[in-house]
Design a protein around this ligand. Structure first.
Ligand code: DAK
Length: 258
């Protein structure tokens, strides 16, 4: 399927979704978020895909929601159509592993969409921010919640109240991103990580993601209980038998996703 605002390529078990509105620094217009949700729905159902990389250009991952579309918005319009709930949350709802490979600006909704991914690998020119306050609004797609969980109250308050940008080293130091690499190594690094994930057992990788995400939604006791039950259930899979047999036989496992 051809998209107007995305480039979608597949390599092995990995799919790269590149946000592609260069003239607007990948501002997240309605068409782009709708296409992103459509692409993810297809990938969810694609048996050959085990991991997705979401990326942008070297200058901008995404400079936020499209301000020119937003400026005439009304409460009722947003409430009734809830484009954000409908399309934007598709990244957070995606069940397979998804990595954000961020270069350049990741601002407002751009930072929020990167945070909806499972982890962020940043290029050394990446800049993160929640500058909505400069526009007379506040983050509306998880910025006050996911950023706070990722970096703690002090840094999240600083970012959301001043609207300042955070460069890659600071984002790494406070735990917003998992790694920082040179700009020209960004996609290679992301592909290497995604390739490793895509070669694991798919249901096991999905359950692992689900377990880590549960840490943000529940108490420690409930989270540990959920983890233990998932762990036990993995012993009903062929991939558990294969993974452990391969270790004992000193060979590479061949997972069948069963
Ligand atoms: N929207 C629309 N167009 C944008 C844009 C954006 N967010 N960011 C950049 N552009 C456009 C510019 O207008 C310009 O277009 P032309 O003038 O050439 O037609 C082109 O991209 C290049 O931008 P600049 O000329 O400004 O480029 P610079 O290198 O000088 O500056 C910049 C780069 C990223 C610092 C600057 O463009 C900038 O400050 N952009 C805005 C960043 C921002 O404020 N982002 C937050 C947007 S608000 C909601 C949930 C979530 C949200 C809203 C609602 N609900 C649940 C209802 C999210 C809101 C946001 O993200």
């Amino acid at each position: 399927m051809a998209y107007n605002t995305l480039e979608v390529t597949k390599e092995g078990g990995v799919c790269i979704i590149k946000l592609n509105r260069p003239k607007a620094l990948n501002a997240l217009c309605n068409e782009l978020t709708m296409e992103l949700a459509q692409a993810l729905a297809k990938l969810e159902a694609d048996d050959k895909i085990g991991c997705v990389i979401l990326t942008g250009s070297e200058k901008a991952f995404a400079a936020g929601a499209d301000i020119k579309e937003l400026q005439e918005g009304t409460f009722l319009g947003m409430y009734e159509h809830d484009v954000f709930g409908l399309y934007w949350e598709a990244v957070a709802r995606f069940r397979k592993p998804i990595i954000a490979a961020v270069a350049g600006y990741a601002l407002g909704g751009g930072c929020e969409i990167a945070m909806m991914c499972d982890f962020i690998i940043a290029a050394d020119n990446a800049k993160f921010g929640q500058p909505e306050i400069n526009l007379g609004v506040m983050p509306g797609a998880g910025g006050t919640q996911r950023l706070t969980r990722a970096v703690g109250k002090a840094k999240a308050m600083d970012m959301c109240l001043t609207g300042r940008m955070m460069k890659a080293p600071e984002a790494h130091a406070c735990g917003l991103v998992s790694r920082v690499v040179a700009l020209d190594e960004l996609m290679e690094t992301a592909m290497d990580a995604a390739g490793k994930i895509a070669h694991q057992s798919r249901p096991i990788a999905m359950m692992t993601k689900e377990a880590v995400n549960t840490a943000f939604e529940t108490t420690l006791t409930q989270g540990i209980h959920f983890e233990r039950r998932l762990f036990q259930s993995m012993f009903s899979t062929e991939d558990q038998k294969e993974g452990m047999a391969a270790f004992a036989e000193k060979r590479t496992p061949h997972f069948t996703h069963k």
